[in-house]
Ligand binder design. Structure first.
Ligand code: FES
Ligand SMILES: [Fe+2]
Length: 376
């Protein structure tokens, strides 16, 4: 018997300036982007010792690498001599044999950030190299995703990941650490990162914006994102569909060892602040949102498959990619439209009806992280 949904009273959205103001963005840098665990990429990009990745996190350039013991390490992209930026943004990934060398005075740092070379600095200056390592950042991998935390004394990553309504730790059966990126698409979206997240977490817009999507996930016709009777917030695909494509079919092999229902379901999950994950019977797709300013977000969309699927000569990701790319572009267009509207002097705040309750939950989480009072 269907359980009647609890009563909902309309709640306010965030304020217009939360999406547009430089001052709010500066505050978010401290609390959200540099004071919380944040996803920054896939561990496979630094598969071997000496591989490195350069990423911009809300204006701070970060180096991620793997040390000789195979551990993920992260540092500010800043030389400890006189602050020079060590590595360029492009190419964003590469490999060093043993050390990073500063392009200014050629000081070099090993994969653990230790200063190991400082040409023409005499030992008799009482100069101890141990005192000048790179500035380290907490970094860890979970499910093949790389996370960093720029603040002091971060809580354990797993505690942070489990703090939310939807959490990626519910999906270990998909063995995401074994999956590999088969296709990557980078979108530049002229909208605030929270508009992107909010759009991901509701489907009130699905009947109008995504006519193709509601064919594959019938529940979305009703603007609902959560089937109360399915596990882990999964949604049934239309009868007969086994892949997230226009036809509901693909030639991709299914993931092994899922629960029987998983082969007919779509799971979408959000990990605060910037990881949005979609799981299908034969593919995963993650959106990584990286803020460039109050009105600009880079969204990296990566399609994940089993390595043997990618290696197969008949690997054909196109039906999944084309479907998601269509949905993505539909979403970004409407996000940009929303961004324009919330910037109006007329807009103070909007309203969340029941189908928007995940957005309200996200906003409450955001308020907590920002040190603002909750609305409740
Ligand atoms: S600033 Fe890097 S070696 Fe001098
Ligand atoms: Fe959408």
């Amino acid at each position: 018997m269907a359980v009647k949904a609890p009563l909902w009273r309309p709640r306010p959205t965030l304020g217009g300036r939360d999406y547009t103001s430089e001052a709010v963005f500066a505050d978010e840098r401290e609390h959200v982007w540099w004071g919380h665990w944040v996803c920054i990429g896939r561990a496979e990009e630094i598969a071997n010792p000496g591989d490195f990745l350069v990423r911009d996190l809300a204006g701070e350039s970060i180096i991620l690498t793997r040390n000789q013991d195979g551990r993920v390490r992260a540092f500010y992209n800043v030389c400890s001599h006189r602050g020079t930026k060590l590595l360029d943004d492009e190419p964003a990934c590469g490999h060093v044999r043993k050390a990073f060398k500063c392009p200014y005075h050629a000081w070099s740092f090993d994969l653990d950030g230790r200063l190991i070379g400082s040409p023409n600095v005499d030992e008799d200056e009482a100069f101890d190299r141990d005192d000048y390592p790179l500035h380290a950042i907490a970094a860890e991998a979970y499910a093949g995703f790389l996370f960093v935390h720029l603040g002091p004394e971060p809580e354990p990553l797993l505690d942070s990941l489990r703090d939310g309504i939807e959490i990626i730790t519910n999906f270990e059966r998909y063995r995401m650490d074994e999956l590999r990126v088969g296709v990557r698409i980078v979108y530049e979206v002229k909208a605030n990162w929270k508009i992107v997240v909010e759009n991901f977490n509701e489907c009130l817009h699905c009947p109008t914006i995504h006519p193709e999507l509601v064919q594959v996930v019938p529940l979305y016709r009703f603007g609902e994102v959560w089937d109360d009777e399915s596990q882990d917030d999964g949604n049934w695909m239309v009868e007969g569909a086994t892949s997230f494509t226009m036809t509901g079919q693909s030639t991709l092999p299914k993931f092994p060892d899922l629960r029987p229902d998983d082969y007919r379901m779509y799971f979408g999950t959000y990990q605060f602040p910037n990881l949005m994950l979609n799981l299908h019977p034969d593919a995963g797709m993650s959106y990584l949102a990286l803020p460039r300013g109050p009105g600009h977000t880079t969204v990296v969309s990566e399609y994940l498959f089993r390595p043997e699927t990618i290696a197969a000569p008949d690997f054909a990701p196109e039906p999944v990619v084309e479907f998601w790319d269509l949905i993505s572009k539909q979403d970004w267009e409407v996000c940009e439209r929303a961004q324009t509207g919330v910037g109006s002097r007329a807009y103070r705040a909007g309203v969340y009806p029941r189908q928007d309750r995940f957005l309200f939950a996200f906003n409450e989480h955001y308020r907590r992280v920002m040190g603002r009072p909750l609305i409740g």
